[in-house]
Ligand binder design. Structure first.
Ligand SMILES: Nc1nc2c(ncn2[C@@H]2O[C@H](COP(=O)(O)OP(=O)(O)OP(=O)(O)O)[C@@H](O)[C@H]2O)c(=O)[nH]1
Ligand SMILES: [Mg+2]
Length: 649
């Protein structure tokens, strides 16, 4: 299946999944089973399913053919080369291709001067007025090409200015940024470009990231710290005519391998194999030569040859435009597209399944246990009443006393519930005392002071190390609070289950491990990049401090923000079932007492009441069956692909 077809199948799957999740939400509303929390969680899940994005990044040294490959894979049907691709350095700034229906098609460009400020590109994305906008006329390929050509623009600035913007200006000819005859240095005009383009795949949530070569990747740590590690697929491109150069190796090691090539969705492309096409050679000889190159790349990069894809992006593009199937086959582009969809879509599907499973599972489980406990209460009441058949008034009185005693007992048991709630809120406060953003803010402030005051490079390194140590400590302390909360809730759940027959199961567990891992990753980056700058003294203190806060501290903060959000969701998730069950149990006891009272006072006959309860039981069973059906439909969609196919067969 082609990438476009696979993608369409995936989008259809996601849409159906969202429809089934929506079904639960509607059904809960219609049956008055919805509560604010479940409703909110389902709404958020639906939003996420709708906005679901799939990121593919193209990374390589300059001129390996990244832009040409993007043109060939995604834009051939426009009948021309959409992204500029030419010899020498072409794409000067990281370029994202995506579609946001709330905006008109266009190219948004962030001026390079913004690098001097303290903010990352994602920060700037919140301020539209900082970007220069060029509209895209999607009706004309020519005017689109003109608009897209902006990503190649450069500007000339003084060496001081270039240095201030983070470009390393050298003297020699081989230096990337060197002073020209006019005393100025040529640097990219833009820092980042976002192309909003209504391409069918982009409309479905695909985001393509085209990057410039090594020096530019390194200069935007955001790329290496978040965009590349978070991409669902990364294609690393080599060119057959240049082989594996030192700077290819550097990019590979630093930006691709570091995240773990073993991860899903990492592909190696050997481009420009058309260089080997030679009329004087047999097809076998050419294939053998290409295979030899593939083997040598695989060997150098320590990968199985099956992960290396030899292609000719240029011939693939030409073949697609001219509808030349023989040439397309020869370009070997289809094999790469196959592999890309095989890697990309299942990886993304897994992520969607995981988050749906946990959110949807939690909500539906909660409703299920609510219905179960209603049913249990009802059945208890029914048994009680059935046993009263043919009994005299004295027995009814006795029963009434029994239920009243049970109700009183439960109500005094509620004291414990209120006590638990108060301990819970104290523990919650303790948790946020460690995890909360105030602590991090204070730590950031102190670290900044320490770094700016640092007289020696060692002090500078120490301040950064201390920042991580204390962030980690905050997480460790939070983990301590989390396990205390969990222990308490476990005990309380058990007590309520044993003493009052509440169906609570075991409380959901929670851990901050993934955020600890995130800190490890950020510190490793810091050690590899900033600490080497410190020891080599290549940058001044202020510059390093700025980089640290702009790039690293921002990411740590983001991790803490996420951790806080997760913790809040978890706290609600472990308290909510108790609240619902306690409330429900209280209502049931009241109803039971009420119904015996009425029989005692002869306002209701026993038989009428039993018939009425039978009716309610029937409805409840109907609700449980309906819920099971909706849940079953969602679960079926979350089955691993292979099972899914089996089902369809
Ligand atoms: N022969 C041949 N040339 C190719 C192929 N793919 C790209 N090229 C040429 O290689 C040059 C660089 O291609 P680009 O697409 O601009 O490469 P890039 O990796 O995007 O380079 P930057 O944007 O500068 O980082 C262009 O002249 C392309 O025409 C290919 O498959 N075969
Ligand atoms: Mg390019």
């Amino acid at each position: 299946m082609s990438l476009a077809n696979q993608f369409a199948a995936y989008t259809a799957w996601r849409t159906r999944l969202a429809a089934h999740v929506g079904e639960l939400q509607d059904w809960l509303g219609r049956n008055e089973l919805s509560d604010a929390q479940s409703d909110l969680r389902l709404t958020q899940l639906l939003e996420r399913l709708r906005e679901d994005r799939l990121n593919v990044a193209f990374v390589a040294e300059f001129s390996r053919g990244k832009s040409e490959l993007i043109n060939a894979i995604f834009f051939a049907e426009y009948g021309n080369r959409m992204l500029p691709s030419s010899a020498g350095r072409t794409t000067m700034c990281p370029t994202e291709l995506m579609f946001d229906g709330n905006k008109l098609p266009g190219v948004e460009l962030l001026p390079i001067q913004t690098r001097a400020s303290n903010s990352s590109v994602s920060e700037y994305k919140r301020f539209a007025d900082e970007w220069t906008r060029v509209n895209l006329d999607t009706g004309s390929a020519e005017s689109m090409q003109t608009a897209l050509r902006h990503v190649s623009e450069t500007t000339r600035v003084t060496p001081e200015e270039a240095g201030r913007l983070g470009f390393e200006v050298g003297e020699g000819r081989i230096d990337l940024y060197s002073v020209g005859d006019d005393g100025l240095v040529e640097i990219p005009r833009w820092r980042h470009a976002v192309i909003n383009f209504p391409h069918p795949l982009l409309k479905q949530g695909l985001v393509i990231l085209d990057t410039p070569g090594l020096n530019a990747i390194g200069a935007e740590p955001e790329l290496t710290l978040s965009l590349l590690p978070n991409a669902h697929a990364v294609l690393f491109i080599l060119a057959a005519d240049t082989g594996v150069t030192q700077s290819d190796m550097a990019i590979w090691k630093e930006h691709i391998c570091a995240g773990g090539m073993a991860r899903r969705g990492r592909l190696l492309v050997l481009n420009k194999i058309d260089g080997q096409w030679d009329e004087l050679k047999t097809a076998e000889a050419i294939d053998a030569e290409i295979q030899r190159q593939v083997d040598s790349c695989a060997d150098l990069l320590d990968l199985p040859t099956s992960q290396v894809f030899p292609v000719s992006a240029q011939k693939g593009l030409v073949a697609k435009i001219n509808g030349d199937t023989a040439l397309l086959e020869k370009s070997r582009l289809p094999a790469l597209e196959d592999a890309l969809s095989r890697e990309l879509i299942p990886a993304k599907r897994d992520i969607v399944c995981e988050s749906t499973e946990s959110e949807f599972g939690d909500v539906s489980q909660r409703i299920r246990s609510l219905l179960d406990s209603r049913l249990a209460g009802l059945r208890e009441q029914l048994t009680e009443l059935t046993e009263l058949r043919g009994k005299n008034k004295g027995v009814v009185e006795y029963m009434m006393g029994k239920v009243r005693a049970e109700k009183d007992e439960f109500e005094s048991g509620l004291q414990r519930y209120y006590a638990v709630r108060s301990v819970f809120s104290t523990l919650t406060n303790n948790l946020f005392g460690h995890l909360g953003l105030d602590v991090l803010r204070q730590l950031t402030h102190e670290t900044r002071e320490a770094m700016l005051d640092a007289a020696f490079s060692k002090t500078l390194s120490d301040a950064m190390a201390n920042f991580f140590a204390r962030s980690r400590q905050a997480l460790a302390k939070s983990n301590g609070e989390i396990s205390e909360i969990l222990q308490m809730m476990e005990a309380v759940y058990k007590k309520f289950a044993v003493e009052h027959g509440l169906k609570l199961g075991a409380p959901t567990t929670f851990s901050l491990l993934r955020y600890e891992k995130e800190l490890d990753r950020l510190q490793a980056w810091c050690d590899a990049h900033l600490n080497s700058m410190v020891s080599l003294l290549t940058h001044d203190k202020k510059n390093i401090t700025q980089k640290f806060f702009e790039e690293v501290a921002v990411q740590v903060r983001r991790a803490f923000e996420h951790a806080n959000r997760d913790a809040e969701v978890w706290l609600r998730a472990i308290m909510a079932p108790m609240e619902t069950q306690v409330r429900e149990h209280q209502i049931q006891l009241k109803r039971r007492l009420e119904s015996i009272k009425r029989i005692h006072q002869a306002t209701d006959t026993l038989e009428d009441r039993i018939v009425e309860l039978d009716g309610i039981e029937h409805n409840l069973l109907g609700q449980i069956a309906a819920l099971e059906e909706i849940v079953g439909r969602v679960q079926e969609m979350l089955l691993p692909i292979a099972d899914d196919k089996r089902l369809a067969a």
